[in-house]
Ligand binder design. Structure first.
Ligand code: TEU
Ligand code: CA
Length: 609
């Protein structure tokens, strides 16, 4: 038994026992998905009854002994396999709200220097309000040398010069509140810029109290302290010749990971959070926040897992041993006194882990972003492939049914790190409006809070980049070099880069038509759908049931005992039979003249009965 009174998983446990623990379920499901194996083989049957220790042999060395131990450790450390409580859904402003993400650098440029700025956002507040938006998430606006466009922070309490001043910020916040909207900021505390005074001080002086704020390791510079790989290519360690030390950076070479074991550092972070909350900010989106707790001793990552997930080492920090403790501490010390809202960016976290982080009674985070729907399983964002909408349906249905009443989904299609969703599904411009508005029908009627990314409402698609000179995103630039080193020709490498680069969603919004133009019919569809969601609270809090989920269609109901909304969507480019809703009133279709019997390409309907 572990300290929570649950049977310990050992090398002699059956595979299905591991699968039945919350974390085991997430990890094994992810592996099965990536490898394209159906989970029924594990749940029952032959594979499920095998002992965990046979995995290493069976996989022909792919699952190493090291991985097995890490995995068993992960399962046993989890603090209970009890499902979070599942009472009535509580009512919260952030469950009813429509969020709008602004990437300030490319939103709107007020002073004409080519860079978006705070006054540019102020100019557009009426536009945002008019869409029906309730809350804005602002990507980082803090002082930064911009190695990763503001996600490398040099001073947490200063506004980036190109974006404006603290006076501009105060005016922006007031403008948002005056219009009855809320503002959440980006909280980037897995790392700071290497130009942050804490890091500068720590590097210069080994006796400085700031040494403990980061993850330094002494060494002669020959081999890095472990084999972890950076998300932005190469080793996750920098060597500083003069000081004879290594320092960890999971992201760019200028984004140094903070050491969350250090209490003084946590205290400084909490003070900084309070500084912004005291100004009246309503909450935070927390950048890669599930990476803050790292396994003790920073052990080597498993090679096979590294290959499967693309990054060596992740199993040692994506759901670390003290993660829940840190969440509880930030919540208690900083968020709760201000009734602040939180949404964590948590790549790699599965449904059950998310239940632990967001279960209301656990007092950790309010919501998290899952990323499992961004690519069809088995594909990565740097691949040119056709995204499968039937997978999106399965994903949404699974989360909606299994997440539970004490947890709440955050649901988005786009952000500043990924190419545009529409372009992954269908590039035919004649179908763009129907596809985009059908996706919006889903987003505004499914159970969960919608996050719209700037430009979604304009029907924007990927940008037709012509050469690498147009790409500034550090992930893509480094990856391009890596591809060339791997022997790809510049043409081949560029083709891969344009499939996945973050630059697609970072181009200046086309307020004035250029290469890209705004589709006003899409904007109208967004407004109408947001209005429908607002006027019909059952679309927020109502029950959910899948009515028809056969290939190519997604038909579900949101209901209570008196009223039902039926959402009927065609996921294909052909025509399919429409659902007949006797006595129903058609509230919305993205076609002007919908037929009674068929759903046209990407048609999405909302009925009320
Ligand atoms: O992103 C974290 C993150 O994990 C993604 O970059 C992901 O790895 C990528 O999209 C692969 O699909 C956050 C921010 O959103 C991003 O802009 C920052 O670069 C990163 O953290 C570091 O702060
Ligand atoms: Ca500007």
């Amino acid at each position: 038994m572990n300290m929570w009174g649950r049977k310990m998983i050992t090398r002699n446990s059956k595979i299905k026992e591991a699968f039945n623990t919350p974390v085991g379920h997430d990890v094994i499901s992810k592996i099965l998905l990536q490898a394209n194996i159906k989970d029924k083989y594990v749940k029952g049957g032959i594979i499920g009854n095998l002992k965990l220790k046979t995995l290493a042999k069976l996989s022909g060395g792919k699952v190493s002994e090291g991985f097995l131990n890490t995995f068993i450790d992960l399962l046993n450390r989890d603090d209970s396999n009890e499902a979070p409580k599942d009472g009535e859904i509580s009512h919260k402003w952030w469950k009813e709200a429509v969020f709008y993400q602004i990437y300030p650098r490319s939103f709107n440029d007020a002073n004409g220097d080519g860079i978006g700025d705070l006054r540019g956002i102020i100019e557009k507040l009426d536009y945002i309000k008019d869409l029906g938006v309730d809350a804005i998430w602002l990507s980082p606006i803090y002082d930064s040398p911009n190695d990763d466009n503001g996600y490398d922070i040099r001073d947490y309490r200063k506004i980036m010069t190109e974006f404006g001043t603290m006076e501009d910020f105060d005016e922006l916040l007031k403008g948002i509140h005056d219009r009855g909207m809320r503002l959440i900021m980006d909280l980037v505390v897995n790392h700071t810029s290497d130009e942050h005074p804490w890091f500068q001080e720590a590097l210069k002086n080994p006796d400085s109290p700031y040494r403990k704020y980061y993850l330094f390791r002494e060494g002669d510079g020959t081999t890095p302290p472990n084999n972890w790989k950076s998300f932005f290519s190469g080793s996750a360690w920098n060597y500083y010749d003069e000081q004879k030390v290594w320092a960890l950076h999971l992201f760019s070479k200028k984004q140094m990971d903070l050491n969350w074991e250090c209490e003084e550092m946590r205290k400084d972070v909490i003070d900084m959070i309070k500084f912004w909350l005291s100004k009246g900010v309503d909450g935070f989106r927390m950048d890669v926040i599930n990476y803050i707790s790292k396994d003790e001793g920073l052990p080597d990552g498993d090679k096979a897992i590294g290959e499967l997930m693309g990054f060596t080492g992740v199993e040692h920090y994506f759901y670390g041993p003290k993660l829940h403790d840190y969440f509880k501490e930030i919540r208690k010390e900083a968020f709760d006194p201000f009734e602040a809202f939180s949404v964590g960016e948590t790549p790699g976290i599965g449904l059950n882990m998310a239940r632990k982080v967001t279960g209301e009674e656990r007092k950790e985070l309010d919501m998290v972003f899952s990323f499992d729907h961004l690519e069809t399983p088995g594909h990565t964002k740097f691949e040119d492939y056709k995204y499968d909408l039937d997978y999106l349906k399965k994903y949404l249905d699974n989360w909606t049914v299994n997440y539970g009443n004490n947890c709440w989904q955050a649901f988005f299609y786009n952000n500043h790190d990924n190419p545009r969703m529409i372009s992954k599904i269908d590039t035919d411009p004649r179908r763009r409006f129907y596809l985009g508005s059908m996706l919006a029908v889903l987003q505004f009627t499914v159970k969960g809070t919608p996050f719209v990314f700037q430009g979604d409402e304009m029907g924007l698609t990927n940008y037709p980049f012509k050469s690498m000179d147009q790409i500034t995103d550090v992930e893509a630039k480094n990856y391009y070099k890596e591809l060339l080193d791997m022997g790809k020709t510049p043409e081949e490498a560029f083709k891969i880069i344009i499939s996945g680069t973050r630059e697609h969603t970072r181009m200046m919004l086309p307020w004035k038509p250029g290469v890209q133009v705004i589709d006003p019919t899409m904007t109208e569809a967004y407004k109408e759908l947001i209005r429908i969601r607002k006027e019909n609270p059952l679309l927020v809090y109502g029950d959910y049931e899948l009515l028809m989920g056969d290939k190519g269609r997604y038909t579900y109901a949101r209901f209570d005992k008196d009223t039902s909304y039926v959402i009927d969507c065609n996921l294909t480019t052909g025509e399919i039979p429409a659902l007949d809703v006797p006595d129903g009133r058609l509230m919305y279709s993205n076609y002007e003249e919908p037929y009674a019997e068929v759903l046209k390409a990407y048609e999405g309907r909302i009925w009320v009965v």
